[in-house]
Write a protein that binds this ligand. Sequence first.
Ligand code: CU
Length: 711
Amino acid sequence: MASRRTFLKYTGATTLTLFAYGKLGGLREAIAQIPGGTLNPLGVPKYQTAMLIPPVMPKAGVVNQRGGKPIDYYEISMKQFAQQILPAALPATTVWGYGSVNGAGSKNALLLHNAPSLTIEADVGRPVQVKWINDLKDVNGNFLPHLLPADQTLHWANPPGGTAGRDTRPTFASTPTPYTGPVPMVTHVHGAVGVADDSDGYAEAWYLPNAGNIPSGYATNGTWYDFFAAKALANYAVSWGPGFANFRYPNHNRASTLWYHDHTLGMTRLNVYAGPAGFYLIRGGPSGDAAVLDTRIGTAAVLPGPAPKDGDKFPPNKTYYEIPIAIQDRSFNADGSLFYPDTRAFFDGIAGPYIPDTDVSPIWNPEFFGNMMMVNGNTWPFQVVEQRRYRLRFLNGCQSRFLILDFSGIPGVEVWQIGNEGGFLAAPVNLTATNGNRLLMGLAERADVIVDFTNVVPGRYILGNVGPDEPFGGGVPGVDFPVADPASTGQIMAFNVVPALAADPTTPPMFLQLPAITPLPAATAVRPLALLEEASAFFADAPAEALLGTAQGDPNVGPAALVKRLWMDPVTENPAVGATEIWEVYNATVDAHPVHIHEIAFEVLSRQPIFVDEANGTVEVVPGSVPTPPEPWETGVKDTVIAYPGQVTRVKAQFATAGQYVWHCHIVEHEDNEMMRPYRIGPVQAAQPQAQPLASLATRPTKLFMRRRRR
Ligand SMILES: [Cu+2]
């Protein structure tokens, strides 16, 4: 049996060829680099396909409220379809994706389902309402099963458990096979600020498709669905029904780059991998493009544009200079189907016994690294760019993979980051001059970047990736960790540079004065929180699950006990409505985790070294150590932050809207197995659901996994 350590050694980029376990566990076949499906990434030609620039999602209409602002209304379903993700000579891929089903509010309405999906365009302060429809049904109206192997031993949505057993970790007399029933879904707009909890896509507010053959006894929606449906009806006079929900977004954010994706309990990794995700761009307001000044003249600057607009023809008959780019890692089989592991053995060779005989889940993998790069829904596409400036809004939409985008293969390019998840930075950051032409992106992070191709000689250039093909722990690429395989995952996309069609009217980034950032009030509370990983009690060197927790006491003044907290445990983070708090995230694991807090945008305050006492289960800030400020690209506000191992990462936020939300790691494999916690702003709500009792973990020993996992 290969140990996890052996596996990770194999993934090193210095290994040209490695042996990976095939589907039968013991069967070995030689494939290149990271193990994956039966389609060898080196057999997939690159730069054959023009990158898709996602068009704008058509509206179903505009709702005029009496005494209120007009509301942009959408009807969006998620369904299954075939998409040519691989180059045209290779088979199409069956995926899921969102798309508008009612374009009555848009001209030239494009009712197109795609993965990633069309972009929702919103304005600051103008509400959006979406009827999100789970349409995972076949032509006969029967449910479609999952495309990917769903592990039933996690704390997950669990529709077969019925009303009493939904949203639990079910017990089994023998190791269960993958779940093949109807698929729960609930959509979250990642980064939405000020949204009411009924509309946040709470992980236990999922719902099944309204299919004709739902097995009797199945729960058709999650624990919180009915409660939130009643709130939505009371607050906005909108109804929810079988297979759909109506969510409302107030768009209280600064102008910024958001995205939407599924958030179902214990299934997010699978539902998102199957395709459903898209951009949600918020524009305007006091922190929007119009508030950016040109310091040479003191008046409005010109940013690269246009972006796609509602009603644009498709394929477009105009050129876009502002483009959202979603980068995701995927693996495929030779028939074009998505590959995702169907056994834990894929990860570290543990071939059982599994739950209930041990504490290791049979299918769930602690992390997953696709062996191909998909950009806006195509593997390794190209984008034609002129010798001028472009505004690219990058999203790291991978599963577990931190990206370090590397522009150094484009001689003459100049790259400036101007924004992150929460909108514009305090000031433009010249990544070319100050960061080696590199852009680090944790999972779910966004980067609003001006890429200047003016001085690039026409030709084809590759955007590289020097992040690792394994968990990230910080450090220098090629020194502290091997970089991604240069032949596959080390390449993202190509830019085909051509002469400019006209003079570039945009303001050079060095002259951009970005809108002022309103500082948050002083904090009234500090919460020490913890990132933990639990080791298997049965297998050596094997993580059983990732966890969140708290530190009891103040690690800033002395050792504080680490306490693990499961999804089902009572809420421990409970800010008052309107409170401003500092959340300190003590990372006691060996890897970096991208921590995402719903509902709010936070300031990154500092990071500082910590000491984890494994024997005593305590953590403290290293005495005498000094906090380091956030990176230049972490200024302004963010919704996701990289928490490095051996450090505390401190953020500050104001919690304005009462309700039940979550905070979690955005490595989706972690999030799905306990690295997510509910939190509540304000008091317990009348009639809110109670946490389900925990069935099977009561006797599991607490054993923190803190050994070094990499050599
Ligand atoms: Cu994590």
